[in-house]
Write a protein that binds this ligand. Structure first.
Ligand code: ZN
Length: 380
């Protein structure tokens, strides 16, 4: 039986470099080898290449609905970032723990593992506690989809899923969904001296950019808004454009990456339709094709349901309900399990994805206290 504290566990977790493009198997095996001997049942779900895995850990009665805790094991790259210390070696300084993934979101995973081990020592639980760990969240909530399909066979639909992304231990009931597309513009190559005789792929792309900015303007005027967000409407954004080889060649290809981040009341299809409509009106329409790259649904949990009240009783009374600007796997969990899904975890999103990412020790303690209260709720 491991007696590691959540902070000691966090140090171990940070030491595994689980940048999304790398394997997470060493971390997953560490979790399995720590939890399994304590009597916690473990299911692994591998990617097709067998280089990464999701993990489900469960303790408590199998025939009851319980609470599912969810975290992603992957972290964003540190390459090109100026870190003051070794990013994969947790450093404790000034009441903070520095290291890649401390806030997003190995701090939560460490506290959750600690809670699972405590639950395993309790004589009998009235409800099960599950911990679901995923891979490839940071590149579009890809990995978790592999285990989501299996969950309904493995466990009774949980009463509550807690996605432990960093909210400074506040409760988030929603976030926007996201869909990612490529617009591929194909023109005709030619000598620039004869430019008007050829179709310039960059001009085609310009018509797509115009369609996107016009669509955004229209959406911003309403009427579909959600005032809980800083930007209270669906956003459309071009993030990357690539085209042209040399000034004296009419470019034959230009590729544009764009995204739609939608509020719950507006689906991404309707926004995509608007963009199509505007592109159709342009003389370049027939040179443009679209490709959907990835999407995940938003989350929009009602603030008045029992699960919210329950979670509030386990947290600081000053805890606020909020909606968050960033996406999580929560929408997918809700879609698959139809459980109440809330986002609540230690650390701040403000320091995530940056050099010198950290989590405050007080946040780890708050999360431990939260799990303490959760455990006393499910013990007989
Ligand atoms: Zn995250």
């Amino acid at each position: 039986m491991s007696n590691l504290s959540s902070i000691q566990l966090l140090k171990k977790l940070v030491a595994f470099d689980t940048t999304s493009y790398k394997s997470n198997l060493e971390l997953i095996m560490f979790v399995k080898n720590l939890l399994e001997p304590a009597g916690i049942s473990i299911t692994l779900n591998f990617n097709p290449e067998q280089t990464k895995a999701n993990l489900l850990a469960s303790i408590g009665p199998k025939d009851q609905a319980g609470v599912l805790l969810s975290g992603h094991t992957d972290v964003v790259p540190v390459e090109g970032q100026a870190w003051s210390s070794e990013p994969f070696q947790a450093l404790i300084k000034d009441d903070k723990i520095y290291g890649r993934g401390t806030a997003d979101m190995k701090g939560f995973i460490a506290c959750a593992m600690h809670a699972m081990l405590k639950a395993a020592q309790m004589p009998e639980l009235t409800k099960p506690l599950h911990l679901c760990l995923s891979y490839d969240e940071e590149i579009g909530c890809i990995g978790v989809r592999g285990i989501l399909g299996l969950l309904s066979e493995l466990i009774i639909q949980p009463e509550l899923c807690v996605i432990g992304e960093p909210t400074s231990m506040n409760i988030a009931t929603g976030h926007k969904g996201k869909a990612v597309f490529k617009a591929i513009c194909r023109g005709q190559e030619g000598h620039s001296a004869l430019a008007p005789l050829y179709v310039n792929a960059i001009y085609c792309a310009q018509s797509v950019v115009e369609a996107i900015t016009t669509t955004q303007k229209q959406i911003a005027e309403g009427p579909i808004v959600d005032m809980d967000y800083d930007v209270p409407y669906t956003t459309v954004h071009v993030g990357k454009i690539q085209g042209g080889k040399a000034l004296n060649i009419v470019p034959n290809e230009c590729v544009l990456d764009y995204e739609i981040r939608n509020v719950a009341e507006q689906n991404t299809e309707s926004v995509q339709e608007k963009i199509f409509e505007y592109v159709e009106q342009s003389p370049y329409a027939k040179f443009v094709s679209f490709q959907e790259i990835n999407q995940y649904p938003g989350l929009n949990t009602s603030t008045t349901i029992q699960a919210v009240k329950f979670l509030q009783t386990l947290l600081d009374p000053a805890t606020e309900l909020q909606k968050i600007s960033f996406g999580t796997e929560g929408g997918l969990f809700h879609q698959q399990l139809n459980s109440a899904v809330l986002v609540c975890g230690p650390g701040s999103i403000q320091v995530a994805h940056k050099p010198d990412e950290y989590i405050e020790i007080s946040q780890m303690q708050e999360c431990d206290a939260f799990f303490e209260r959760l455990l006393s709720h499910i013990k007989r």
